[in-house]
Design a protein around this ligand. Structure first.
Ligand SMILES: Cc1cc2nc3c(=O)[nH]c(=O)nc-3n(C[C@H](O)[C@H](O)[C@H](O)COP(=O)(O)OP(=O)(O)OC[C@H]3O[C@@H](n4cnc5c(N)ncnc54)[C@H](O)[C@@H]3O)c2cc1C
Length: 263
């Protein structure tokens, strides 16, 4: 049985395994994409969220040194499917998109179809066994206008610290959580102010997060057509593709934008 915490005014009310109220000098809301802390502090969450489902699969025939991303209107409309190795023959296999792109389909059916029918992926996955299922929401619109309000700091998914291009949020949640902890500790020691947190986050990841949202908005327009996506990938050399995943705007972006505008 876990303990849930809910921010009520300036106090945290606990329920579940532990109960009671904590009057904290600082509250760090690292409580995920539906953050109760953000809602309790009346801080806006970004509305744009993705949905993901992932199987852990054993006995798959994969290259353990390669993380694979698959794009296409059939296998992952409006998002991508992935095979991320966890070992020699074990991998996380998933799909993520935005609800609007599902057009009534169940996300789990999209993943099952990918595993069963994708001409390349099925060769690797069809003999695999599903050993666990993970699912959840992923913020896809960058950070909300405020990630600090009075004595509340938001970190990780609660603060939209997720690359909109990939939905990857683990490294950013670690950086955001550490920064929030450092700033809170300095504040409690009387040597810092909580306003340092948004500035520090802006330096650490602000530009990359903004860029990732911008790139995703452009790619969204191309995802409606597999031919456009093929053209996009043909225009991006592998170093620029890598840079895109790290939130850097690729040099070819202007040409890509022209391509989209001319359609
Ligand atoms: C299926 C799936 C696959 C993913 N794969 C990847 C990947 O391969 N690489 C990657 O970088 N990112 C991935 N992500 C995104 C990644 O999981 C998140 O960005 C990351 O976990 C964010 O960490 P967090 O600590 O901010 O939030 P979370 O991991 O969501 O942790 C929040 C915690 O707060 C707890 N909590 C929530 N509300 C309360 C409350 N009221 N009281 C007490 N506790 C509460 C929750 O139980 C949870 O333990 C994936 C997401 C999904 C859904």
């Amino acid at each position: 049985v876990e303990t849930r915490a809910h921010l009520v005014g300036h106090a945290l009310r606990l329920s579940g395994r532990s109960s009671g109220t904590i009057e904290a000098k600082v509250v760090i809301g690292a409580d995920g994409p539906s953050s109760a802390t953000a809602r309790g502090a009346k801080m806006a969450l970004r509305q744009e969220v993705g949905v993901c489902i992932e199987y852990e699969m054993a006995d798959v025939e994969i290259d353990p040194a390669a993380a694979e991303m698959y794009f296409g209107t059939r296998c992952a409309p409006g998002g991508y499917a992935w095979i991320i190795p966890l070992g020699k023959d074990v991998a996380n296999v998933g799909v993520g998109t935005r609800p609007a792109y599902l057009q009534g389909k169940r996300l789990r059916d999209v993943l099952d179809t990918f595993i069963r029918d994708h001409p390349i992926a099925k060769e690797k996955l069809q003999n695999g066994e599903v050993t666990a299922v993970m699912r959840g929401l992923v913020p896809a619109g960058g950070m909300p206008p405020a990630i600090q309000k009075e004595n509340v700091l938001l970190a990780g998914d609660a603060a939209g610290q997720v690359m909109a291009t990939s939905g990857g949020g683990i490294p950013l949640a670690m950086v955001g959580g550490q920064a929030a902890g450092d700033v809170a500790a300095r504040y409690i020691e009387g040597v810092g102010v909580l306003g340092e947190y948004p500035s520090r986050i802006s330096t650490e990841m602000g530009k990359e997060l903004e860029n990732s949202v911008r790139i995703r908005q452009i790619v969204d327009k191309m995802m409606k057509s597999d031919r456009l996506m093929d053209t996009l990938f043909a225009m991006l050399p592998s170093d620029q593709m890598k840079a895109t995943q790290r939130g850097q705007i690729p040099k070819a972006l202007d040409r890509v934008q022209d391509l989209v505008a001319n359609r």
